[in-house]
Design a protein. Structure first.
Length: 252
């Protein structure tokens, strides 16, 4: 977990107080749902941490993963801080959203573990970086901006778990060759999940409240795939033609 800066108190964020009651209720509900997703992300990272341990991953990668496991419940608490700020009163924390890492039919146990790391960290968390950055760019109030800055800094660390693992000696030429045919479908599946997540948000967004219009958020996820993930694969020596084609299909 990164060291937290002090966040401004909810009641000092005038942009929240200025919103109509209906919009405040909607944002309180969205942030409560987001808290449940962050708790599930914590469970997903705990499973990936176990995968990395089983792969005898580099100690530096394991340390980054342990930090991510601790960060996600902290993100859930930050989401509830926002939910309560919009609601104007305390709220009950939600149960974690149910989650299961993909089974990846046809992969053996070792490959499945590597695929979990690539899917959750290199792909999902790199897209999360772009998503949170787009939200931060639209956060007008001090509390919203503070929460999103914390979240963005952590998401970069979470993506690094995967990139550091791919660049480590534990991922040799044989592992890279085994991973390669799976990359386009991992990218497609993750982009589809993000598109669904964005689909439950208000299409027009709520300007100033870290909720840009849905088309801008979708564009941010595609840009992350094109400008972070595909070049990242190339950087660690993975050919990218099929991955680029998968991103092009998702962008249509
Ligand atoms: Fe998170
Ligand atoms: Fe994360």
């Amino acid at each position: 977990m990164t060291e937290r800066r002090a966040l401004p108190a909810a009641e000092t964020d005038p942009t929240i107080a200025a919103l109509p009651a209906g919009t405040r209720a909607l944002l309180a509900e969205l942030w409560t749902q987001r808290a449940a997703s962050e708790l599930a992300a914590g469970q997903a990272f705990a499973a990936v941490e176990r995968d990395l341990a089983a792969l005898d991953a580099d100690p530096a990668v394991l340390a980054l993963a342990a930090r991510a496991v601790a960060d996600e419940p902290e993100h859930a608490a930050l989401c509830m801080l926002l939910a309560e700020a919009y609601h104007g009163a305390p709220l009950e924390a939600p149960a974690p959203r149910p989650f299961q890492l993909p089974v990846h039919d046809g992969a053996d146990d070792v490959l499945r573990r590597h695929l979990h790391v690539v899917g959750l960290c290199c792909i999902n968390e790199s897209i999360a970086v772009a998503f949170v950055a787009a939200c931060l760019a639209d956060a007008a109030g001090p509390l919203l901006a503070g929460v999103h800055r914390e979240h963005l800094a952590d998401e970069i660390g979470h993506a690094r778990v995967g990139w550091a693992h791919l660049a480590s000696a534990r991922v040799d030429a044989d592992v890279r060759a085994a991973l390669l045919p799976w990359l386009p479908r991992l990218l497609s599946a993750n982009l589809a999940v993000w598109s669904d997540r964005i689909g439950i948000l208000p299409e027009a967004g709520v300007r100033g409240h870290a909720l840009p219009p849905a088309r801008e958020l979708r564009a941010a996820t595609i840009a992350a795939a094109r400008e972070i993930i595909v070049p990242g694969f190339a950087h660690v020596g993975l050919p990218t033609a099929a991955s680029s084609a998968a991103v092009d299909r998702a962008a249509r």
